[in-house]
Design a protein around this ligand. Structure first.
Ligand code: BES
Ligand code: ZN
Length: 617
């Protein structure tokens, strides 16, 4: 029997399962709350079923009914990141297989961890407020009382009332709209998600949104200021979707739209079904960061169809998704490019292992998350140790064409369900039943239950990485008198991918002398690059070399956009420069109120700021 407990949820999945959600949301920008009501269709999984527990976080529960009859409820004590259990007693018993409709009326808190409420000033258009959600990993419960675990899948229908100047979109298919009968100043938007999915994929955005069609099943959405730029940047989307379908089978979600969020969106991308969320930092102007879209598209199979049963098995989502992302790149750019990206990934893994510490159990591929907030555990480990394991198995089992067959069958077998690492591994042994002797030689404990770098380093083709490695070596070995040997043309032949790789390699070395980074700026003009992957790495290098002029630029980038991949290392780097430690803290405290709740919480921990510290420093 598979595990039926989730260390991140109060609910019990052996006793009952949610099959459908019907949401009614009234978006109140003046109070920054959702006034809401949800009907959960819940199936009893045992006889004499008469009570259940839902996950909530900072919700005000107004009333609960079961099939229309009032039901008793109580809230338990609040847990730091899990929130508050909502215990409900039904006024009747159900037998196994019967359903009940539980209706919960509630209101969210202005500080709901899933939501960021932006003032008009914080938007591109400056005229209208904006709301967006980010539910992964455990934040859906701050927006909807539910069984907030990736082990539970349900369909959903939503009706969302918003001021009529604004547009609402959700992670579902649009199902019409109408004037709000209660208020002529508002419109109700309707959405339908017919494919069962976990709660962390519920997503909503409300703002002055516009859209443009870029493919037969794709529109890009954003404030009007970014629509054309986004349409250009993501023009390869349909090719990527077709490539993915060729690799792993049909795309079952109907629409595939992309929404470009305001700069405070904390991630690069988020695979919300039918509507990928993307950071505006992907708008590099040259499509060079489109791998993030290939990644989110890939989640339509690995993550959204086949889902990790708990966040301890997060590598099943992200490792397979990085594997597919790089298979799409292999089809579109060639095998050498995939190899180049795999080398970059190994280095990202090395970075994460260095920051967490090589003995830190959170660097296990399958960590124990009892009493651990998945947001705190987040790193490149599930992505890149996961990818490295799959690539290692690909080599052992006979190459990419053979291994993608396994991935496709794994998806077919487990589609519409949630899986553990053991179930994945059992199927691997079944699929490759003729090669069990080879699989038995894999150091499974080393790969999965041991911290630090993997037990085997796969061999990668270095053709595209060689130029980056060579230039990095020249700079790290250069004496002051050698600096005149560097030329503007050193970087002219590097692609932006290679420039990123060159800077990443330098970040793994000891800090360069100040004279070196100043020379680098003089020759390569790196300060003028606006590509966020380049700019963030360059500014980190400058701060490490104690170049004081770079401090304002680093803090500006850390606050002008809020993608945690950039914001956290930039703040941390300035914080580690003793002379500017207080400045880092001061800038953080000054911006904290306008930051995304998850980002501000994690940066506060990084900078050792406690929750109560005010901005009067
Ligand atoms: N699902 C993740 C983002 C995420 C993970 C949000 C955990 C909250 C908790 C998304 O698919 C992702 O991995 N995004 C990456 C893209 C990259 C690996 C190409 C990102 O945000 O940078
Ligand atoms: Zn992902």
């Amino acid at each position: 029997m598979a595990a039926l407990t989730d260390p991140g949820s109060f609910s019990s999945f052996s006793r009952c399962l949610t099959r459908h959600l019907h949401l009614r949301l009234h978006v109140d920008f003046s109070r920054r709350v959702l006034r809401a009501c949800v009907e959960l269709t819940v199936e009893a999984r045992e006889d004499r079923f008469s009570s259940l527990t839902l996950d909530t976080k900072d919700l005000q529960i107004l009333e609960v009914t079961a099939n229309g009859q009032k039901a008793e409820f109580s809230l338990g004590p609040k847990h730091s990141f899990m929130g508050t259990p909502l215990h409900i007693t039904l006024p009747f018993d159900l037998s196994r297989g019967q359903h009940v409709i539980l209706k919960v009326s509630y209101e969210t808190s202005p500080s709901a961890s899933a939501l960021q409420w932006l003032s008009p000033q914080q938007t591109a258009g400056k005229q209208q407020p904006y709301l967006f959600s980010q539910c992964q990993a455990n934040h859906c419960r701050s927006m909807v009382p539910c069984q907030d675990s990736p082990s539970v899948k349900h369909t959903y229908y939503a009706e969302v009332s918003v001021p009529k100047e604004l547009v609402a979109v959700m992670s579902a298919v649009h199902d019409g709209q109408e004037p709000d009968p209660q208020d002529s100043g508002r419109i109700i938007y309707r959405f339908n998600q017919k494919v069962p999915m976990p709660s962390y994929l519920i997503a909503i955005v409300v703002g002055a949104l516009e859209s443009r069609e870029i493919g037969p099943r794709t529109r890009v959405w954003s404030e009007k200021e970014f629509v054309d730029k986004a349409a250009f940047e993501f023009s390869e989307t349909e090719t990527m979707l077709k490539t993915a379908e060729g690799l792993v089978g049909p795309y079952v979600w109907g629409q595939y739209d992309i929404l470009v969020l305001p700069p405070s969106f904390p991630y690069g991308g988020m695979e919300n079904p039918c509507l990928t969320f993307a950071t505006p930092t992907l708008l590099a102007g040259d499509k060079s960061l489109s791998n993030v879209i290939a990644h989110e598209i890939s989640h339509s199979w690995t993550g959204n169809l086949v889902t990790n049963k708990t966040w301890e098995h997060f590598w099943l989502n992200e490792g397979h998704t990085v594997y597919l992302e790089r298979m799409i790149q292999r089809c579109m750019e060639g095998e050498q490019f995939r190899q180049f990206k795999a080398i970059g990934g190994w280095k990202e893994l090395q970075e994460s292992v260095n920051t967490f510490g090589a003995n830190n159990p959170l660097t296990n591929l399958v960590p124990n998350l009892k009493e651990v907030d998945p947001d705190d555990a987040f790193s490149s480990v599930p992505y890149e140790k996961g990818f490295a394991l799959l690539y290692h198995l690909e080599e052992l089992m006979g190459g990419p064409e053979v291994f993608i067959g396994f991935v496709k069958s794994y998806i077919q077998l487990f589609a519409y369900s949630s899986v553990t690492t053991d179930e994945w591994k059992d199927f691997l042994f079944t699929y490759f039943k003729d090669k069990v002797d080879v699989l038995n030689k894999v150091d499974w404990v080393g790969w999965m239950q041991t911290p630090g770098m993997p037990p085997v380093k796969p061999k990668y083709d270095t053709t595209l990485a060689d130029a980056c490695i060579a230039l990095c070596q020249r700079w790290t070995k250069a004496k002051p008198e050698d600096l005149s040997g560097f030329k503007e043309s050193d970087v002219k032949t590097l692609s932006s991918h290679q420039l990123i790789e060159f800077l990443s390699l330098l970040l793994q070395e000891a800090p360069l002398p100040l004279s070196h980074v100043m020379k680098m700026q003089e020759l390569y003009s790196l300060n003028s690059y606006m590509n966020a992957e380049i700019r963030s790495r360059w500014l980190r290098l400058c701060v490490r070399s104690k170049w004081e002029e770079s401090i304002p630029m680093a803090l500006k980038m850390a606050t002008e956009q809020g993608r945690m991949k950039f914001t956290r290392p930039l703040f941390r780097e300035v914080f580690l420069f003793d002379k500017y430690r207080e400045e880092a803290t001061r800038v953080f405290l000054a911006h904290r109120g306008a930051m995304h709740p998850v980002t501000s919480g994690l940066v506060a921990k990084d900078l050792k700021v406690d929750a109560s510290q005010s901005s009067s420093l």
